[in-house]
Design a protein around this ligand. Sequence first.
Ligand code: ZN
Ligand code: ZN
Length: 101
Amino acid sequence: MAEISSLRCNNHPDREAVARCPDCRQSYCRECVTEHEDRVLCAACLGRLTGVHRVGTRRPGWIVFTIRCAAGFLLAWSCFYLFGRILLLVPNSFHEGHIWQ
Ligand SMILES: [Zn+2]
Ligand SMILES: [Zn+2]
């Protein structure tokens, strides 16, 4: 078939394509494809595939932990603050209205 030889590499327009990536369906030259788990993938798809396995690389765990701690602390603090304000407000009317009469 003359179909594949007429195709050009997606990254190098001056080079002939030797393989087609099964993931993105683009044709690539020998330099742009890599064998990975018995499949010939382009560099972009290989990076995407291997990136899935390395989950923690995008955002380190300690950052997520710190953000969660800060968010939890702020939430707890604002709850206690509001609760405290309500406790300060309630007894005044309570005492005046009912208990000291
Ligand atoms: Zn691809
Ligand atoms: Zn290429």
